[in-house]
Design a protein around this ligand. Structure first.
Ligand code: ADP
Length: 163
C-alpha cells in the first residue's frame, strides 16, 4: 500500500492546499494530512482547531483515503510511525523550491528510503498562502474562494475575533 504524508502548518488550510491534496489522494492509496505542532511558528490556530478544519474538509469533499493527524519533532519519524514512504509538498514559486531543496537534502540524509513528491501549484493559486488568508480575514475582507467553503463561516468569525 502506497502511503503519503502531506505535512504543513495549514494555518489555515487553503484551496491551494486542497488542490495539492486532491492530486495526492488520486495518486496514493492513503494520504495523511499532518499538522505541524510547532509553537515557535506562533500559529494563529491551535493544532486541534487546524485538525478540526481538515476533518471538515475530508468529510465535505468525501475523501475516502485521506486522514488527518498532527506531529511534533522530525517529520521522517512521524512518516515511519504511520508506515508512509512518501512525503507530499506543493510548489508555488522559486522561493518554495529553494526551501524544499534544502529540506529534501536533510530528509534524505535522515531516511534515504523516504522520498518526496512535489505538485506544482495551480497557477490560479500561486499567490495564495495561509498568511494572505489570515490577513484578509483579520481586516474583514472576503475569504470566499480562498478556503474550502465548509470552513468559511468558522474562519470569518474566528479571524475577526483575532484582530
Ligand atoms: P509549511 O509551514 O510547511 O510551509 P504550509 O501550510 O504553508 O506549511 O504549506 C504546506 C505545503 O503546501 C507546502 O509544501 C507549501 O509549499 C504548499 N502550499 C502552500 N500554499 C499552496 C498553494 N497555494 N498551492 C500549492 N501548494 C501550496
Amino acid at each position: 500500500m502506497k502511503i503519503g504524508v502531506y505535512p504543513g502548518s495549514f494555518d489555515p488550510f487553503t484551496i491551494g492546499h486542497l488542490d495539492v491534496l486532491k492530486s495526492a489522494a488520486g495518486l496514493f492509496d492513503l494520504v495523511y494530512v499532518a499538522v505541524l505542532n510547532n509553537s515557535a511558528k506562533s500559529p494563529v490556530f491551535s493544532v486541534e482547531e487546524r485538525v478540526e478544519m481538515i476533518d471538515r474538509i475530508i468529510a465535505s469533499e468525501g475523501f475516502e483515503n485521506v486522514r488527518s493527524g498532527s506531529f511534533s519533532g522530525l517529520l521522517v519519524e512521524y512518516a515511519e510511525q504511520i508506515n508512509a514512504h512518501y512525503l507530499i509538498r506543493g510548489l508555488r514559486a522559486i522561493t518554495d523550491f529553494e526551501y524544499e531543496f534544502q529540506i529534501d537534502a536533510v530528509n534524505r540524509h535522515l531516511r534515504p528510503e523516504i522520498r518526496t513528491v512535489y505538485f506544482m501549484a495551480n497557477p490560479a493559486h500561486s499567490f495564495l498562502s495561509s498568511s494572505n488568508v489570515r490577513e484578509i480575514g483579520e481586516l474583514g475582507g472576503s475569504i470566499e474562494g480562498l478556503v474550502p467553503s465548509c470552513n468559511i463561516n468558522y474562519l470569518r468569525e474566528r479571524l475577526a475575533r483575532q484582530k
